[in-house]
Ligand binder design. Structure first.
Ligand code: DGY
Length: 326
């Protein structure tokens, strides 16, 4: 009998077809949840789950006695209680590397859009307000030759720094849990304290993973430490920023502008106060969302799943302490 796989949300159709050769795959369009009896029924017999952003709780795991592996179609894994999974001997995997450049492109695009007011001025043209030379109060800010501060110098942080350094002659500052000596060399990046980064950067770009330590890492105090002309970019996770503080910083002119791809609650609820900020560029969490990259992520996730279920080491195993061959 074939093992059962519960697939959900953002697994490419080609990958589903391929998985069906070896497994019984039951696909849910969205992250159907525990109030859906068919989802629960599938969970009860599933050896693996694969998809994007399923909120995994103890309650869900209690309903999944056969589960050996959760294969996230994302690099982030803040939806997974990794320690709990390890205790239960369930493998967790993610999809790093294949999305690095795509995500860096999106976040650098956000930075450019915020600095040059691209979304706001697109609206200006399309709403037929462009009937004279652009008035100076709508001018943007230069990006080239400015100082880019990156908090979280992992793969994506470095790819953003690369774009800034080689493409826009920017000076790179970074703050990270550990020094990245290689990046210091090839990107001429300077490791600085968080306070120094906040005070000295023209662009502050947040790229840390979500964890209890990074929850609301950027709040009122941090915005106050930034330059009044600073542009803040969040390409990490919504929970890393205090959204009330961001709102006040933008409305009170504590900083000049911001761009964010992520929010504490996604999709952003109707009537959210950030929606009223003209100097904020918003994106619907599109970091890795190109057709090519989403497909590559599905392929990587499927490889992780297949390796895990056949007793091999999944290439992107997060909780290496889990014993294989269960
Ligand atoms: C990731 O891969 O973590 C993206 O942010 C999608 O969640």
């Amino acid at each position: 009998m074939k093992k059962v796989i519960l697939a959900y949300n953002r697994v490419s159709p080609e990958v589903i077809t391929q998985l069906k050769e070896d497994y019984e795959v039951i696909y849910f369009e969205k992250n159907e949840y525990l109030d859906d009896p068919f989802f629960v029924q599938t969970l009860k017999k599933a050896s693996g789950v694969i998809g994007l952003d399923l909120k995994v709780t103890k309650e869900l795991l209690d309903l999944a006695p056969e589960l050996k592996i959760i294969s996230n179609v994302s690099v982030g894994y803040d939806n997974l209680p990794v320690d709990e999974l390890s205790q239960r001997g369930i493998m967790a995997t993610n999809t790093p590397d294949v999305l690095t450049d795509t995500t860096a492109d999106a976040i650098f695009g956000l930075l450019l859009a915020a600095a040059r007011r691209i979304a706001e001025l697109d609206h200006y043209v399309k709403s037929e307000q462009w009937n004279e030379l652009l008035p100076p109060h709508l001018f943007g800010m230069d990006v080239h030759h400015k100082r880019l501060g990156i908090i979280g110098m992992g793969r994506i942080g470095q790819a953003i720094a690369k774009r800034g350094h080689f493409g826009f002659d920017m000076e790179i500052l970074y703050h990270n849990r550990s020094r990245k000596l290689e990046a210091e060399n090839w990107l001429n990046a300077s490791y600085v304290s968080m306070d120094e980064l906040l005070a000295e950067s023209d662009f502050v770009c947040l790229m840390v993973p979500a964890s209890p330590e990074t929850k609301q890492l950027i709040s009122h105090e941090e915005f106050k430490k930034m330059k009044q002309t600073a542009i803040f970019i969040n390409g990490s996770r919504g929970q890393n920023v205090d959204e009330d503080a961001l709102y006040h910083a933008l409305e009170n002119g504590t900083i000049w502008a911001a761009g964010t791809d992520v929010f504490t609650e996604e999709p952003l609820p109707a009537g959210h106060k950030l929606l009223t900020c003209k100097n904020l560029v918003t994106l619907p969490h599109i970091g890795s969302s190109t057709a090519e990259t989403e497909h590559k992520m599905s392929v990587v996730a499927a490889n992780n799943l297949q390796a895990g279920l056949s007793g091999k080491l999944p290439p992107n195993l997060i909780n290496k302490e889990v014993k294989l061959n269960r």
